[in-house]
Design a protein around this ligand. Sequence first.
Ligand SMILES: [Zn+2]
Length: 84
Amino acid sequence: MAYLLPWVALSVLVALFAYGRGHNMLAVFGFLLLGLLFSPLVALIAAALIPPSDQSLIDKGRAKQCPHCLELVRPAANVCSHCG
Ligand SMILES: [Zn+2]
């Protein structure tokens, strides 16, 4: 049972990593479960490969939606990089 603590700790770290990437709480909880039930490594790869949803990026203030073309742009942008 000595491996249980690092297993849980790594799973929590992967969940924090997913949160840091802008994933919403449901996805973060999913990655935590994936790490606990399967492997923290599998969860890390999934968290690194699956992009956060547009809505969760907007909710967290990481991006805003261009009113003209509806593409995501940086929050501080004055000119949309997609439609100009
Ligand atoms: Zn635009």
